[in-house]
Design a protein around this ligand. Structure first.
Ligand SMILES: [Ca+2]
Length: 273
């Protein structure tokens, strides 16, 4: 009985040794050793995508591999140094036999509730920078356009934009010179008025944008064929800017543009809202 048990143990040991040997795959006769080695992907294999949901910022990192022979042992955790965020992942490549199949692996990094500002997110592997992405966390502003409907054939007047900021910020701190509409149109230098026009207890900054400039921008960025067919279109416009201390803000609202049917054939149009 003891002999049988000894033989079983011996057999199991032999199996283990063989398995370990197979696992390390020392194919000395083939001239190389099959093993896991450190691997750094190139930038073309990596996609970075930033988004914000509620108050939380996220970056998704996707990496594609040409074979099954890769292993990500650590995705790393975000390291914050001021507005620079660095990730250090650990990736391995198997030098032996692998399946020729493209595999994509992804990981979402929760960056938490970041304060407003401009950030640089760098994805490193084995401390080697692979790819980075810049993103901005904005103070979310409430935007209101007046008028809310534009006749695109009108060539006069301005569009009034009323801006409110969240409770902990003041519109008096907005640097009007750096404001832009859709990163293209600057506001008019005057008048600039601060008052609580809607009596909700929150001050509004009111500035004008040149109507012709906005219409020109819209016409070069919308499907004009569709506009001429349907005679109106709803367009989202975004206001971005900075407070005097550099904190960025952004807000968006829609405006309806319309293409009225001329009442006369002479192409004359009165200025109208
Ligand atoms: Ca208000």
């Amino acid at each position: 009985m003891k002999r049988i048990i000894s033989e079983i143990i011996l057999t199991l040991l032999l199996i283990c040794v063989c398995w370990i040997e197979f696992g390390t795959l020392n194919y000395i006769g083939m001239g190389y050793e099959e093993k896991w080695v450190k691997f750094v992907p190139n930038a073309g294999q990596v996609e970075l995508y930033f988004w914000k949901e509620a108050d939380v910022s996220y970056v998704n990192v996707s990496i594609w591999f040409p074979t099954s022979g890769y292993n990500i042992s650590s995705w790393g955790t975000p390291i914050f140094e001021g507005n620079n965020i660095t990730i250090n992942a650990e990736i391995w490549k198997w030098t032996g036999f692998v399946a020729q199949v493209v595999i994509t692996r992804s990981n979402i990094y929760n960056l938490g509730n970041l304060s407003p500002g401009e950030y640089l997110f760098t994805f490193e592997v084995w401390e080697f920078p692979v790819k980075n992405i810049n993103f901005t966390v904005f103070i979310i502003a409430t935007i209101d356009f007046n008028p809310k409907t534009l006749n695109i054939r009108s060539k006069c007047e301005s569009i009034l934009v009323r801006i409110e900021l969240p409770e902990s910020y003041s519109v008096a701190e907005i640097n009007v010179l750096r404001m832009m509409l859709n990163n293209t149109v600057l506001p008019e230098s005057e008048p600039i008025v601060i008052e609580d026009f809607d009596n909700d207890g929150i001050l509004n900054l009111m500035v004008n944008f040149n109507r012709t400039a906005i219409i020109s921008y819209i016409l070069t960025n919308v499907n004009t064929t569709k506009l001429f067919e349907e005679k109106f279109m709803v367009v989202a416009l975004t206001i971005t800017g900075y407070l005097n201390d550099g904190k960025p803000f952004q807000g968006a609202a829609t405006i309806t543009i319309m293409l009225p049917i001329p009442k006369s054939g002479f192409g004359r149009h009165r200025c109208q809202i």
